[in-house]
Design a protein around this ligand. Sequence first.
Ligand code: URA
Length: 481
Amino acid sequence: MPIIMLDNDTDFDGWRKAARRLALNDVTPSDVTWTVRNEAELFSAEGVNALPDAPHATFNVSAIFVELAKAAILHRKDDRFALLYRLLWRLRSHHDLLSATTDPDVAEVNAMARAVYRDIDRIHAQLRFREIGREQKAHYVAWFEPEHHIVEAAAPFFASRFADMPWSILTPDVSAHWDGHAISITSGVDKSEVPTEDRLEDTWRRHYSGIFNPDSGIFNPARLKLMEMPQAYWRNLPEDSIIKPLLEDAMRMTGGAFANKTVEPRKLERQQDTPMVRRDAHDTIAALREEAADCRACPLWKDATQIVFGEGPQTASIMLVGEQPGDKEDLAGKPFVGPAGEMLNRALEEAGIARTKVYVTNAVKHFKFVPRGKIRLHQKPATPEIRACRQWYERELAAIQPELVVALGATAAQSVFGKITPVNKNRGRLIEHDGTKVLVTVHPSYLLRLPDEDAKALEYQRFVDDLKIAGSLLRRSAHAA
Ligand code: URA
């Protein structure tokens, strides 16, 4: 019975190597014990090394499983390594297993990945650095209590956002440090070891006092993101010490007007991974475009020429969502103006939809590429980039309130549904999602890439047929109006 000892709680590479060797040696999941070093001194670490490697045997799993496993392995549940191996084992004979969302293993791994993503979102949104040291020696420190093992996964976001300041994120499990060049990970610390000195404290205090004080001129409870946060999380914020008294005062002054806006932790737990926030339609697209111009929610802004925001009438009944701007779009600052845009325009016309009447946007609004000489090679956006950018899609959706959203390809579908959504399984039919109809179809670039002319013609026709569903829905509702 092999005992596999992984190097640490987030040792995905170790898990993958061991799982591959175990599977190639036909070791059934119930025969494997998974553990993490330092909990397991009593056990032999021989485990997987005792099994023969099979360097020539192949073992492929889908990129979706790898992505899911990378997230789920960060969950705090002890049996996560065993669950992932069981899934991998089952995937060998049941390739479609991940689509069986009611399967208990699949449901569990999805829920675990969602909880991890939620925790990463939480640290990104809530972490506050305190400044310690002075002038040349300034260092920024933040304390956080994550629910899962997410510090390493969350740290690159802070490295790109606060690239010029040396910082440390201290947690009970591990600590992450940025020295301006690289992230390093050390062991966790006790809260009592966290420095409390804070030059920024006064700034926070003033900021929050203003929000809570109706006489301040900037009183605006809607700006108080804390109100959307479970109270249990407030303790991580440096402004915690002032929140409760300020909140009580504000409630007294407003007759408790926002008392019922607080969200209890349990309620938040039941929400989706990335709950759709349908805001009031008071944002205009022009205002959103202006606000988004400074977006730094992911690192893609650094190399892109500019943000490529959505375009089209605010009254549009159809909203088309693509993947991300390409080279031409990045230079022009407009979506779908390159070769994929030409293909899209032709298909829309054949489907009886005027492009000028639809709102066209992308799931990710900065161009992601790698330079190859003079060429900039398109790179598919990763999940953190899609998730970081989703706020803009949500706000565009709230502003436009279209009758139908058309998701062009997998990245768009992931953004629209807030989770990975296979295109082929969902394409060509109207799906209700959060009160909006959604149609999933392929991305026009997929058609451009097909090498075989017959296949291209066939697939193009299927694409037009999908768009015709959108066209006829529009005509029906125009007729009914
Ligand atoms: N591909 C997209 O998804 N969007 C664009 O704007 C251009 C190409």
